[in-house]
Design a protein around this ligand. Structure first.
Ligand code: 5AD
Ligand code: SF4
Length: 452
């Protein structure tokens, strides 16, 4: 009998990847994607624990689900099976089981492959240990692409222990998948429609593994091997740590045309004092040196970053150092957050927590600068010709949205069959969050475009 499942993901791209894999493990049990959450036979909440607001969302969603369950019971409908997965499940699994009796299943990010067994066992079940190698072995050979752009997790977990971050506790220690498994999954993704693959890892550039030639590969070498697979037009990777940007990876940006000229490289702060308190293990100057090397290798590379303001002990001067680093670098886009104390992390117990009002003021100033840089970057694209991989329809009829090599959203008007295709467009307008382009006729020489 077919049943339907609705999987709702919060947080990062790794969770998006995990959501597709959860769908893959449930498919053999007869579960197909549900039209809507409330009509589904099973609901999976794939949660995020990175900041305070992220896990508040779980409890408010569970509250809403309780009302839906009551409505269903009132009209004689069966209760939905409710599963909580992801990083809140990992960190607070027992508490969820206790606080939310309508939750049937709790699985952590390294144990969701066990869902079918837990469901067959019946009753309320929790599994939150870290059998990461077992998970990838269980999932191997199942991946299918849901569109032209696919995620592929190559590395998971983190051994860096930045003092603000829960990831080492929720995702566990660093684990790299073997190169042969990654290449096999990439082939499957291409065979099922992917043209772009984004390699994922909490510390993706710490990936290393035995290559087909018996030598230990790092990410740069893996990218060379992936670029040789037929059908891969675009490669990306995220999220990286500045300390792991080795020369082989930087040279891949010079040598591999499929590797898109865009890099998300979180720096968190521009103050050496705060970077040390954060245990980032590099200084601002080290970051700027990496950026120089990347720009020497690939002059048009566009950069993105993550910033935290209001880390314990941060002063106005530290915050100015962050603004200076932003001005010195020039970002095409960025994410910035107010520090939020996460239970169990070293920074949560540091003295000198910054007042909420100061955090807000610093965030506003930083975001104004980052927004101005993003607008300038988008406006500088006007007049350029670039490719865009079409991901979905736009809001207006006949409009499509694709991604430029630099991760900008490009809106174009075009015929009905553009989904998943790569078009070439000349950019006519640059706005804060998107570009408007005009499609050029097919046959425009790709070599001209790449050189442009
Ligand atoms: N408070 C605020 N931001 C955080 N991040 C991670 N942990 C915290 C925290 N405790 C941000 C970092 C990271 C991004 C994914 O989330 O900038 O790079
Ligand atoms: Fe968290 Fe730091 Fe690891 Fe990134 S590198 S996941 S911020 S501990």
């Amino acid at each position: 009998m077919t049943k339907s499942v609705y999987i709702k993901s919060y947080g990062c791209q790794m969770n998006v990847y995990d959501a597709t894999r959860i769908a893959d493990v449930l498919a053999p049990m007869g579960y197909t994607p549900a039209e809507s959450q409330d009509a589904a036979d099973m609901v999976v909440l794939n949660t995020c624990h990175i900041r305070e607001k992220a896990d508040d969302k779980l409890y408010s969603e569970l509250g809403r689900i309780r009302t839906v369950q009551a409505d269903r019971a009132a009209v004689g409908q069966a209760a939905q099976t409710i599963a909580v997965a992801g990083c809140v499940a990992q960190a607070e699994g027992d508490e969820i089981m206790h606080r939310a009796p309508h939750v049937d299943l709790v699985v952590g990010p390294q144990s969701y492959h066990r869902l079918p067994d837990l469901m067959r066992a019946g009753g309320r079940q929790i599994s939150t240990d870290f059998p990461v190698a077992e998970k990838f072995a269980a999932l191997q050979g199942q991946a299918t692409s849901r569109g032209a752009s696919a995620f592929l997790t190559v590395q998971e977990g983190c051994d860096k222990f930045c003092t603000f971050c829960v990831v080492p506790y929720t995702r566990g220690a660093e684990f790299s998948r073997p190169a042969t498994d990654i290449l096999a999954e990439a082939r499957r993704l291409v065979a099922t429609g992917a043209r772009e693959i984004t390699l994922l890892g909490q510390n993706v550039n710490a990936w290393h593994g035995a290559g087909a030639d018996g030598v230990t590969w790092t990410l740069g070498r893996l990218i060379l091997a992936l670029a040789e697979l037929d059908g891969i037009e675009r490669l990306r990777y995220m999220t990286s740590h500045p300390l792991e940007m080795d020369d082989a990876l930087i040279m891949a940006h010079r040598d591999v045309p499929q590797l898109m000229p865009f890099l998300h490289l979180p720096v968190q702060s521009g103050s050496d004092r705060i970077l040390a308190l954060m245990n980032r293990r590099h200084r601002a100057a080290d970051y700027l040196r990496v950026i120089d090397k990347l720009r020497a290798a690939r002059p048009d590379i566009a950069l993105s970053s993550d910033f935290i303001v209001g880390f314990p002990g941060e002063t106005e001067a530290d915050c100015r150092a962050t603004l200076d680093l932003v001005r010195a670098t020039g970002f095409a886009q960025a994410f910035s957050f107010k520090y939020s104390a996460r239970p169990g992390t070293p920074a949560a117990d540091m003295g000198d927590q910054v007042a909420e009002a100061d955090k807000s003021a610093r965030l506003a100033e930083l975001q104004a600068l980052l927004m101005a840089q993003q607008l300038a970057f988008n406006q500088a694209s006007v007049g350029r010709t670039m490719t865009a991989l079409i991901e979905r329809r736009g809001k207006r009829p006949g409009q499509w949205l694709g991604k430029s090599p630099y991760m900008q959203s490009v809106l174009v008007d075009g015929p009905d069959d553009l989904m998943g295709r790569t078009i070439t467009a000349v950019i006519e307008h640059g706005y804060q969050n998107s570009l408007n382009g005009r499609i050029l006729p097919a046959g425009t020489d790709r070599a001209d475009i790449l050189a442009a």
